[in-house]
Design a protein around this ligand. Structure first.
Ligand code: GDP
Ligand code: MG
Length: 728
């Protein structure tokens, strides 16, 4: 009876014990020759064992799978072209870090099923190394088995495992691969999109792997693709590769292959940190020295909190100066427009619609630039992944891995890239959970709302109040995570590797590019959705035109004019200026009252009064209600709508503060409104991203509904609870 045949290749670093294990398995039944075309020894053996006909190949020893040495090319080509059923990677356990470099590349190939043999485990033990092989297996999704080759210990069991693996229907694991940094991943993705449509089943490359190799300028892969792909696919591929390589080169000031290698070592450093302990560790590089402090059990966390605190501090204090300049710029432009343009509907649209709306938001550009700059700094120095590492224990409280913290932290900037960053999570449930809780991380668009409300009602304590709001968001995210983990999305968090890339001194240019990439979105919103939103809101508040006012405003204006010209005649020259200002103030009050009446009678007023009962229990008046409704478009619009509704067209945000103070809103209500803004329905762009990333309408609607209900309940509790204990 013919037995089922299985081909097993042994790969590994030189001197890891491949040949020893090969001899153990095959005994004397071996054939020694050369690999075709090269003078590299090829050993092949056949044995019948465990009911199978086994063909064992001893591959040349290599440290890597680059195309620079014959051994590496032979080993790589064999796995790619012949695709053995199982590749046993013989890992030298006494040299784990170096061995893992080959091991990660082996997995990246994505061809054969891989099994790790932790050989030399006796040497590792003697040196006082402890390797958590279960954890290693879990992290890389590869079976691991310890062996001592020269004593033939564990070799039979290893073979049995290899056979089980070959016989199992499990596909070579595709997940838990090295996750490169954002720029590199997007370059890989770009090449992948070009490659994937042309990949026939007879091409032995995995598209992702081929894309990575192209970025690394791997000539052999390119040649192979050139002969396998249609002519018209090659040209765009080659030019795109060149372009991407150039961009990366400029971004990192380093050859892409070096950057990729560094990042693979980062991945390995992450594994080492989790699976490897040594009583005496010899090789300590500078990254590790820094990590000794920054990821230290005791001081790591306080340092992390300090950085976050410093980030917000910088955002607010440093941002305040340019904010003032832009504010007075907008104010100046408004008064010029006001005096130059003749009284008309068009002027009303321009001054009270566009300038008031867009102007009240653009002042926050400096804050947003600074915030994104800090986030880019965290990412580019490599600190971001340390944050994930530090947060790991806390994140486990909500059943998530520390890696989920990166999307959450990015959520402070903008939820759109944050939700996209959740892609790096492999488990579907982890991703979904992260996507659902990320909107509670207060994004930078909500910041303008807080600054206006807290600045108006809490004065010098505004900073602390805003900090509390942020904290409130984090706590809500954690509680939600816990709730969903125990109900809707039950299950354990999937294990995976946290990359710990080497620390880098960031390049200013790439920091600025990363900052700009994200801030661009803010400006685009400004020119697009916020501009359109402001015009719509202005139109809704300007129409229908009120023809019958409750007071005769023109008469009141005429009266003031008359009274003051009378006073001016008898006043002495020193008092003239004060009189002029006094007059201006009174006229402004009348204009404001008139506009307020117009707005109250407009479509906006009608909508506002219709939805007022929903917001009344939160202490929010109809203007606040309408602003919150409009805020679905983009959170900044809450501020611009308040601006339009309170008809402040004078000195930008200071005027809005005055108007809010006189509108009857209390500090407690302002706080409740901030909580509502913090928690309720994400903006349109975020909703669209959630839809795209979850590819589920159901979860998108769920996210909208859940956040809004939570927002209302929390604001209700805050407002009414506050009143119960006597706050106002
Ligand atoms: P290859 O280059 O990967 O083929 O490695 P070899 O099989 O030639 O082994 C290199 C050396 O390591 C030989 O002297 C082996 O006897 C020794 N060796 C192999 N496995 C082990 C092991 O598990 N423990 C110890 N202490 N030595 C081993
Ligand atoms: Mg050998």
């Amino acid at each position: 009876m013919a037995q089922a045949a299985i081909t097993i290749a042994l790969a590994g670093n030189p001197n890891s014990g491949k040949t020893t294990i090969f001899n153990n398995i095959t005994g004397t039944r071996q054939k020694v020759g050369n690999w075709p075309g090269v003078t590299v020894e090829k050993k092949e053996g056949r044995v019948k064992k465990f009911g199978y006909d086994l063909k064992i190949i001893d591959l040349p020893g290599t440290y890597s799978l680059t195309p620079f040495s014959i051994e590496e090319i032979v080993a790589r080509d064999y796995i790619l072209e012949e695709c053995p059923d199982v590749v046993i990677d013989i890992i030298d356990a006494s040299n784990l870090e170096r061995s893992l470099y080959l091991a990660t590349q082996m997995r990246e190939l994505g061809r054969s099923k891989v099994l790790f043999a932790l050989n030399m485990s006796d040497v590792a033990r003697a040196r006082g190394f402890k390797i958590d092989s279960e954890k290693l297996s879990e992290l890389l999704d590869v079976p691991v088995h310890a062996t001592v080759g020269n004593k033939n210990e564990g070799v039979d069991a290893l073979l049995q495992k290899a056979i089980d693996l070959a016989a199992s229907s499990k596909k070579p694991s595709t997940g838990r691969k090295v996750n490169y940094s954002k720029d590199i991943e997007s370059a890989i993705a770009e090449l992948e999109t070009i490659l994937t449509p042309h990949f026939q089943p007879d091409i032995s490359y995995d598209p992702r792997w081929a894309s990575i190799k192209l970025l690394e300028n791997d000539r052999i892969v390119l040649e192979r693709l050139e002969s396998a792909l249609p002519e018209d696919a090659i040209l765009p591929l080659v030019s795109k590769t060149k372009l991407l390589r150039q961009t990366l080169q400029e971004r990192y000031d380093e050859d892409p292959e070096i950057v990729l290698t560094d990042e693979r070592y980062g991945f390995i450093a992450g594994i080492m940190k989790e699976v490897f302990t040594a009583s005496s560790r010899k090789r300590i590089d500078s990254s590790r020295n820094i990590d000794r402090v920054l990821t230290n059990r005791f001081v790591g966390f306080p340092i992390f909190l300090f950085f976050i605190w410093a980030m917000f501090q910088l955002t607010f204090t440093l941002g305040a100066y340019p904010m003032d300049w832009i504010d007075s710029g907008v104010g100046g432009l408004t008064s010029i427009m006001d005096s130059v343009l003749p009284e008309s509907l068009l002027k009303d649209l321009f001054v009270n619609g566009i300038l008031a709306g867009v102007g009240s938001v653009i002042v926050f550009l400096p804050n947003i630039l600074i915030l994104f700059f800090c986030i880019a700094l965290f990412e580019d120095t490599g600190y971001m992944s340390r944050c994930a590492f530090l947060m790991d224990k806390i994140m486990h409280l909500i059943g998530l891995h520390g890696k989920s913290f990166i999307p959450m932290l990015m959520g402070f900037g903008c939820n759109v890239p944050a939700i996209m960053a959740a892609r790096t999570l492999e488990s579907e449930k982890d991703r979904l959970l992260t996507i659902l809780i990320t909107p509670f991380m207060s994004c930078s668009a909500k910041l303008p709302v807080y600054i206006v409300l807290a600045g108006t009602f809490f004065g010098p304590r505004a900073g602390s109040v805003i900090f509390i709001v942020y904290l409130f968001g984090i706590v809500t995210a954690i509680l939600t995570g816990r709730l969903f983990r125990t109900t809707l999305l039950r299950g354990a968090d999937a294990p995976f590797v946290m990359e710990l890339p080497p620390y880098r001194v960031p390049m200013l240019k790439s920091l600025l590019i990363h900052m700009w990439d994200r801030s661009k979105m803010f400006l685009k919103k400004m020119g697009g959705i916020i501009l359109v939103g402001s015009i719509i809101i202005w139109a809704l508040s300007a129409f229908p035109r009120t023809t019958q006012y409750s007071h005769d405003y023109p008469a009141a204006i005429a009266h003031i004019e008359a009274v003051f010209s009378q006073k001016a005649k008898i006043a002495d020259p020193a008092e003239q200026q004060a009189l002029e200002w006094d007059k201006k103030d009174r006229l402004l009050d009348i204009q404001r009252a008139m506009r307020a009446e117009q707005t109250a009678n407009s479509f906006m007023g009608i909508i506002g009064k219709a939805i007022a009962p929903i917001f009344a229990p939160l202490g929010i008046d109809w203007r606040g209600g309408v602003s919150l409704l409009a805020g679905f478009v983009a959170k900044e619009i809450v501020v611009s709508t308040l601006g339009v509704l309170h008809a402040v067209d004078e000195e930008g945000s200071e005027a809005l503060r005055d108007a809010l103070r006189t509108s009857g809103m209390t500090p407690l209500a302002a706080f409740a409104m901030m909580i509502f803004v913090l928690l309720y329905i994400p903006c349109i762009a975020t909703v669209a991203t959630i839809r795209k990333e979850t590819s589920s309408i159901k979860w998108t609607l769920f996210s909208i509904g859940y956040t809004t209900i939570v927002a209302w309940l929390m604001a209700f509790i805050v407002y009414n609870g506050g009143r119960l204990i006597g706050l106002t």
